[in-house]
Design a protein around this ligand. Structure first.
Ligand code: AHR
Length: 502
């Protein structure tokens, strides 16, 4: 292990990017694998409450404090008939889910999801099926959820035990409709017209809802970013957010490039924010549309057809990715990007929340927190107020995929109300400890409240039920603040969070 020249991080509480939308710390729950069944809902588990929800999973989700929860898919959404999942449970059909080739029992549906959201104090975000579904069915679901109970679908809700409307604000207009794998996949213009008409009807039921358009499924789609332009031009006045999805992986086992992926994430945001600006100008509009990164995560070890086919069984083990240290460092950088682009990114949902590509893994009686649980937890707890425009001077290194890259990846938040100021720092180097000076250029703290750090010598180290604490954050000694500056030593392969109070 070697040591390089000192890095500098300059913080100025007057130099803000934008308020941080709390919805950047949101999650995604899909009817896929063991996410719903055996994940959050498992009446047979010793941890289940009276309604079948797993109390240990609820506790972990409450700790992370997801601000909103996207549901029910995902690819599942595009074949989902929402009426299957409401009403008396013994009358709900067992169906083949074509997206994941699994059996869907429909024992968990819209009302159970709303109850789950109440349990973890999160805002529901529902998707409407624009694959096999019609615009009428989409509008009916809004009536079912949000209208007062004196017309057919709202009355049905009351008969199902919910006299008061659920008041669901956030609605996704389909899922990944640009993808040929999607049930009912459409061309951009076809999708744009269908989404626009669905949006009109949904809003006529409830003008207070916020609508999220399907953007590109990832930045390597052949239709990207043209899909985004076409769909946005057709729907601009009807929608509030435009979605983006991306799954990252270290597929060639090139850790230096993998740990530089923040460059790719920022590039994706930059391109789409350019499309947003173009469409706004072209439409001569005063309306703004923001980005919703409503599926993001690492997914490559348990990816591919053999991990995605349920062989027509209930709750199959699909895509149960085990996360390691380098994955956690990529997740931390992703969250750094959310703060650095807080001007245009207003929603982000980690995909997903339990068992399927998730920070949490369950067995019938145990729960494991993967490495990625911890950066999400630290950001969700500590990033509030406004994102700061941090100036960083960092030693650099060469990567195969992204060329010359800084070794440090940094973001910071400052909450004027509480005075909390937090700095999030990833050291990408696999070998070098980096001394860093934090220098506050306007208000400076008297002292540092806490320094949390995750690190390790093996980028592939992971947590398991036998060894659950291999990679977890620990508190390290807080340096003194002198003349508005403090010095830290950042170990290689590390994520460090510096908590201060201004
Ligand atoms: O999150 C898993 C799947 O990834 C989702 O169902 C789909 O939208 C995406 O391709």
């Amino acid at each position: 292990m070697s040591q390089r020249s000192k890095a500098q991080i300059y913080l100025d509480t007057n130099r803000t990017i934008s308020p941080i939308s709390p919805l950047l710390f949101s999650g995604f729950l899909e009817h896929m694998g063991r996410a719903v069944y055996e994940g959050i809902y498992d009446p047979a588990s010793p941890h289940a409450d009276a309604s079948g929800l797993r109390t240990d999973v609820l506790a972990a989700l409450r700790e992370i404090n997801y601000r909103s929860m996207r549901y029910p898919g995902g690819n599942f959404l595009s074949g989902y008939r929402w009426l299957d999942g409401v009403g008396p449970r013994d009358q709900r059909p067992r169906r083949r889910d074509l997206a994941w080739q699994s059996v869907e029992t429909n024992q968990f549906g819209t009302n159970e999801f709303i109850e789950f959201c109440k349990q973890i104090n999160t805002e529901p975000m529902l998707g409407v099926n624009l694959g096999t579904g019609t615009i009428q069915e989409a509008a009916n679901l809004v009536e079912y959820c949000n209208a007062p109970a004196d017309t057919q679908y709202a009355q049905m809700r009351a008969e199902h035990g919910y006299a008061d409307p659920h008041g669901v604000k956030y609605w996704c207009l389909g899922n990944e409709m640009d993808g040929p794998w999607q049930i009912g996949h459409l061309e951009a213009a076809e999708y744009g017209m269908k989404a626009r008409e669905a949006a009109k009807m949904m809003r006529w039921h409830d003008p207070s809802i916020a609508l999220i358009l399907c953007g590109s499924s990832n930045s390597v789609m052949p239709t990207y970013p043209e899909w985004d332009r076409v769909a946005l031009e057709l729907c601009w006045d009807q929608v509030d957010y435009h979605s983006m999805h991306y799954y990252a992986g270290n597929r060639t086992d090139d850790t230096d490039s993998y740990l530089a992926l923040a460059a790719e994430f920022e590039n994706f945001v930059d391109t789409l924010s350019g499309v947003l600006r173009y469409v706004k100008a072209k439409r001569r509009s005063r309306h703004d549309v923001h980005l919703s990164w409503d599926e993001w995560n690492v997914w490559y070890k348990a990816a591919g057809p053999e991990f995605n086919r349920g062989e027509w069984t209930e709750a199959p083990h699909l895509s149960e990715e085990v996360y390691n240290l380098e994955d956690a460092l990529v997740v931390a950088q992703w969250l750094n990007v959310f703060l650095r682009r807080a001007d245009v990114l207003k929603i982000a949902c980690v995909a997903q929340i339990v068992n399927v590509i998730s920070p949490i893994h369950t067995t019938r009686d145990a729960l494991l927190k993967h490495t990625t649980y911890y950066p999400i937890l630290l950001f969700s707890r500590l990033a509030s107020g406004a994102a700061l425009d941090v100036a960083v001077q960092s030693p650099r290194h060469e990567t195969k995929q992204f060329g010359d890259m800084p070794l440090l990846d940094v973001s910071a938040s400052y909450d004027e109300g509480s005075g909390a100021n937090t700095v999030f720092i990833v050291n990408r180097s696999q070998t070098e400890s980096l001394p860093v000076e934090l220098r506050w250029q306007a208000r400076a703290p008297q002292s540092i409240r806490a320094v949390h750090q995750m690190s390790g010598s093996d980028p592939k180290a992971f947590n398991s039920l036998a060894h659950p604490n291999q990679i977890v954050p620990v508190q390290v000694a807080a340096p003194v603040v002198q003349n508005g500056a403090a010095e830290l030593l950042l170990p290689p392969l590390s994520f460090t969070v510096v908590e201060t109070q201004l």
